[in-house]
Design a protein around this ligand. Structure first.
Ligand code: GLU
Length: 496
């Protein structure tokens, strides 16, 4: 059996799209499962929009997800070069061959003529199509016009008939050739067009299977006809379902982030991203949602990919991300969260390292609650605030102020707490003794706890107050209560 050779062929015109990452993942998994080769080819024929920095970011994105390629622009390979613009000689040779056999022809029609043609067709409610004016030019006529300095485009001469191909996702697909226009393969400036070069390169690189997004399904008939014209066997295809937002529309910036990098920046664990991408059109067994990239490789078959659009449900993604957060050891999670804390300006890496055991305790307290690394800083920012200037959230302030006896209770408690801390009470002892203190005063718990929580954290809810007192340290807790006693009596609760 022929060795499987699949490729991911991104255009370096922007960051790696989350849909592109899924295409890469499925191709990679297919190659790895069958002991084949995964090739990375950069489709940079759009000179204006292609940038080396985008290429780098795409390569980096794939590596971060754990996808490795056997051949590519950086690692080379037997079919180098792997950037399309470095293969223009090959493309020219293919174009010359097609012109020679008459499968393609030079077209000199001006853009004005084509525009007028389109307008006429649309006025008559006809499908816009080239009218083949130049299809019957003789070799002499073409040579003469070229000689006079005219620069033609090269068009593919679409034959009559029906084009069929096997698509492993949607079974057999058939297209009437008359629906396909005599499309342009090479522009007047000599630059070849995607549908043409992709076929040249896939032939040259021995690609056996082409798995790509459904948006390319319309291109496939053109490409299959080209394989036929070149006397080459077309690869097997698989068009992956579109990734849709929860509104059922194509995933776009409007409905959510579309670049892989956005999710990395938002602190989704890489393994969670990979796992979630696996579920975009594929399932392990319909019941297991959390699984590893190794399980994908062991089980992936293109035939199991669904035709129906895949819903990219961000709530589910966040849930899954949280499940991965819980799998880490506290140590690992602390390290993974560190850059987010530094970026949020709460502390430097060195400061966190200095207070490592304290930091671990903070992270342990949040591990059950956060869904992404990036959620941590906002949740623990109060710990890093100045004691006199903890930001009070409106709801925390409202809850604290609701308690008529709150301030007086807090003032008394402050005295009691200073004493209890001086006695060296443990967290558990402090908790029990505080409850007894509240009960003995004949008041309800919130009368103390709301103003106390607001003073210590500025937030309406959160971790256990006595764990917090330990994390803050007794002196800081008392200083925060002192500030709270003043601020809670000020009209807006602002630091004085
Ligand atoms: N350069 C194309 C893209 O980025 C590749 C399509 C293909 O795989 O044929 O969509």
């Amino acid at each position: 059996m022929k060795t499987v050779r699949v490729r991911f062929a991104p255009s370096p015109t922007g960051r790696l799209h989350i849909g592109g990452a899924r295409t890469a993942l499925f191709n990679w998994a297919y190659a790895r499962r069958l002991g084949g080769k995964f090739i990375l080819r950069i489709e940079d024929t759009d000179l204006e929009r292609s940038k080396l920095e985008h290429e780098r970011a795409i390569l980096e994105g794939l590596s971060l997800l754990g996808l490795d390629w056997d051949e590519g622009p950086d690692v080379g390979g037997p079919f180098a070069p792997y950037r399309q613009t470095e293969r223009l000689e090959r493309h020219r040779a293919y174009a010359a061959k097609l012109l020679d056999t008459g499968a393609a022809y030079a077209c000199f029609c001006s853009s004005e003529r084509l525009e007028a043609l389109r307008e006429g067709q649309s006025a008559r409610k006809e499908k816009p199509a080239y009218d083949r004016k130049c299809a019957s030019l003789t070799a002499e006529e073409v040579a003469a016009r070229r000689g006079a300095g005219e620069k033609p485009v090269v068009r593919f001469r679409v034959p009559e008939g029906t084009t069929r191909f096997i698509d492993h996702v949607r079974d057999e697909v058939a297209f009437e050739n008359k629906e396909v226009d005599d499309w342009i393969m090479v522009r007047a400036d000599g630059m070849p067009i995607y549908n043409f070069v992709v076929v040249c390169d896939d032939i040259d690189m021995g690609i056996t299977h082409v798995f790509r997004g459904e948006e390319h399904l319309v291109n496939t008939p053109k490409q299959v006809l080209l394989y036929e014209a070149l006397g080459a066997t077309a690869p097997e295809f698989g068009h992956l379902p579109l990734m849709l937002g929860t509104d059922g529309k194509k995933l776009s910036k409007r409905t959510g982030d579309t670049a892989l990098q956005d999710y990395l920046e938002r602190g989704y664990p890489k393994a969670a991203i990979v796992n979630f991408l696996c579920l975009q059109g594929w399932a392990l067994n319909g019941t297991t949602e959390i699984f590893s990239i190794e399980e994908l490789v062991a089980n992936f078959d293109i035939k199991d990919v669904t035709k129906a659009g895949a819903i990219f449900d961000i709530d589910k993604f966040q849930w899954m991300s949280g499940e991965y957060i819980r799998k880490y050891s506290v140590d690992e999670l602390a390290d993974l969260c560190t850059p987010y804390i530094v970026r949020a300006g709460l502390a430097s890496e060195a400061q966190l390292a200095e207070r490592r055991s304290w930091y671990l305790e903070v992270v342990r307290g949040e591990q059950e609650r956060i869904r992404t690394f990036a959620e941590l800083p906002a949740r623990i920012a109060f710990l890093f605030a100045e004691d006199g200037a903890v930001p009070y959230e409106a709801e925390a302030l409202k809850n604290a102020r609701k308690q008529a006896a709150g301030l007086a209770t807090l003032a008394d408690y402050r005295t009691w707490l200073a004493e209890a801390l001086a006695q060296g009470k443990s967290t558990a002892e402090l908790r029990d003794a505080t409850k007894a203190w509240v009960t003995a005063r004949g008041i309800k718990m919130p009368v103390l706890f709301q103003p106390l929580r607001c003073s210590l954290t500025g937030q309406p809810g959160g971790p256990d107050l006595f764990d917090l007192i330990r994390l803050l340290g007794g002196d800081h807790a008392l200083a925060r209560i002192d500030a709270g006693l003043q601020r809670l009596s000020a009209p807006d609760g602002s630091p004085t």
